[in-house]
Design a protein around this ligand. Sequence first.
Ligand code: WT7
Length: 647
Amino acid sequence: MEQIFEPYAEFAKDARIKNMDEYHALMNKANDDYEGFWGDYANEKIDWFSPYKQVLDESNAPFYKWFVGGTMNVAHQCVDRHLATRKNKAAIIFEGDNGDQQVITYRELSYEVNKTANLLKNQFNVKKGDRVVLYMPMIPEAAVAMLACARIGAIHSIVFGGFSAEALRDRIIDAEANLVITADGAYRKGKPYMLKPVVDKALEEGCECVKKVCIVERNGEDISWVAGRDYSYNELIKNESSKCEPEPMDSEDPLFLLYTSGSTGKPKGVQHSSAGYILWAQMTMEWVFDVRENDTYWCTADIGWITGHTYIVYGPLAMGATTVMFEGVPTFPDAGRCWSMVEEYQINQFYTAPTAIRLLHKMGENEPAKYDLSSLRVLGTVGEPIDPPAWKWYYEAIGNSKCAIVDTYWQTETGGHMISPLPGATPIKPGCATFPLPGIMAEIIDEDGTPTPIGEKGFMCITKPWPSMIRTIWNDPDRFVKSYFGDCKKDGEPVYFTGDGAMMSDDGYITITGRTDDVINVSGHRMGTAEVEAAIKKHPGVASVAVVGKPHEIKGEGIFAYVVLKGEDTMAEEMEMVQEINKIVLTEIGAIAKCDDIKFVPDLPKTRSGKIMRRILRSIAKGEPITQDTSTLEDPSIVQKIQTCII
Ligand code: WT7
C-alpha cells in the first residue's frame, strides 16, 4: 500500500489554502471563468500604474498576451510598494561562503536598487529594452542588479557562473547585450574563485555588441582592467543618487531572458514577461510555501537558474518576504552547513534539489540531529522527481515528520510552479508532484489530446495559456512555436507540451516520469545531449559521438558519451583522449557538462536512414538487456560490439 502523508493539522489551520475543498473551489472558479480568475488576482496582487484593458489576448496564439494595456514595474512591485509597511524588515539575508553575514532591509534594498538603476542609465547608457548580461556569484549585488534592470526596463540575461567563456560568449552574442555585469570572483569552499577572467576570454572575439563591463568587487583578487571598457561598480556607485523613478512597463514588456538547453546544440533564450511572470511568482510563493509575514525563507538554488530567479529574488520580494541568499556550497565546511544555517536564521521554509538531499544524506547522515531545526514548516524540492529514500530522510531527519514536502514540478519556460502539493491541503504521496496548482490546466494526453489512460505514460501538457508562461524564444519565434506547440493538440488547437512524460493514478495524482526528448537532467539541471555532442565533436580525433543519460546515485542522471574515433587507437591513447574530451567539454560548456563515462566504440547503432538509435544506447549504458527491435539497424551486430567495449 502506498503511504499517504496528510497535512499537519496545526499548520493547515492557518494555511492560505486549508484543505482540498478549498483547492477544488479555486480550481472550479478557474474552470468556470478562466479570465475572471486571473483578472481578479492581477487586480488584487499587482500594484498597477495604469490598469490593464484585457485579461488574455489569444488572437495571435501561441504568442499569448496577458493583462493587455496595463503598466507596472517589477522593481516597484518587489521593493517600492513594501516601503510603506515593511521598510525595516529584512528583504535579503546574505551569508557568505566563509560565514560573513549581511542583512539588507527593504529600505536599504530600495536605496541600492535605485542607485544601481541610475548607474546603468547614467554611466552605462542602458536604455529600456537593452539586454544586460549578468555573470555573477551569489551575492546581494546580483539581486540588486536584476532589480535595477527591471526598474529601468532593461532585459537581464543571467548566465550561470559555472558556464565557460565559450558558453557565455554564445549567450552574449545571441542576446546582443551591450553591458556585462560581473564580479572579480567570489568564494567557494573557503577559497577565492574567479569570474572576471572568464568574461575577458568571452569578450575576446565576436562580442562587439558589448561596450562596457561593470565589475563588482567581492574577493579582492587581482584582475586585469581594460581601459575604457571595464569599470568598478564599487567606485562608480558612490556618485549615484538613490532616487530613480521606475520606468512604466507594459505588462508584456520582457523582464528577462534565460538560456536553457533544448534538443539542438544551440541553447534557447527563454523570454519572460513583466506582469504575468511576477503575478505567478508571487502567487506560488504564497500558496506553495505559505510564507507568513515574520517568516524567513531559504532557497538554495543559484540565481543563474530559473529557480533562483523566481524563488530567491522575484517571488519572495514580490510578496514582501525575507529571502536568504547563500554564496557557498552545502558541504562546506561540512555537510551540516545548511542545517546550521536553518538554526542560525530560524528558517521556516527550505527549498532545495533532490540531488542536494541525496548528497547531504550520504555525507552527513547524522548532521541534522546536531541542530535545532524546529523552525521549519515547509520543505520543498525541485528539478527532478525525489526518490523514496531521499524523501524519507528529508521528511524525518530534517522535517521531524511535521513538515509538508512540496515536490514542485515546473520548468524554465513555465516561470513558476505548475504541479505541486499545497502544504496545508494536499495529502502527499512521496515522489509524486500530486495536482496542478489552481488555475493551471495541466493534462496528460496523447498527440491528439485524448487523455492517457490511468497508469499509463502520456505527454505532460498545459492545455491553456497561463500568465507566467514563456512568451517566445529570443530571436527565434519559429523555434518557440515548434519546440512547445508542435507536438500535441487538443480540440485541433496546438497546446503547450512540456517535453516531459507523466502518469496519473486512479485518484488523480500526477507522477512525472521524465523527459521524452534528448534532454537529460543532471543534478536537477537541464543538459542537452546535442550540446555535449557538439562540444565533443570539436575534437579533431572524434569521428562521431552520441551522448545519453545514465542513472547516477547522487546526480540523478550522469552524462554517458559513446565516441567513435577517426583512427585506430591504443589503450594509452584512449586514456589521453578521455582527458582531452573532458577538457573540451569544460571549455565549451563548463564543469556541469563533464562526462561521467566516455567509452570508445567502433560505430554507433544507426538505422538504414542514418538515425542513431539512442534508446539502445541508453539501455547499454544502464547494462540492461536489449529488448528493442534491432532489425532496423544497418548493422545489428553493432549492439554486441558496443556492449563488449563498455565493460
Ligand atoms: C525540467 C525542467 C524548474 C526548475 C529547475 C529545473 C524536470 C523539474 C521536477 C519535479 C520531476 C522535474 C522536468 C522539467 N523537473 N521539477 N518536481 N519532478 N521532474 O528547470 O532546467 O527548466 O528543467 O526538470 O524534466 O522539464 P529546468
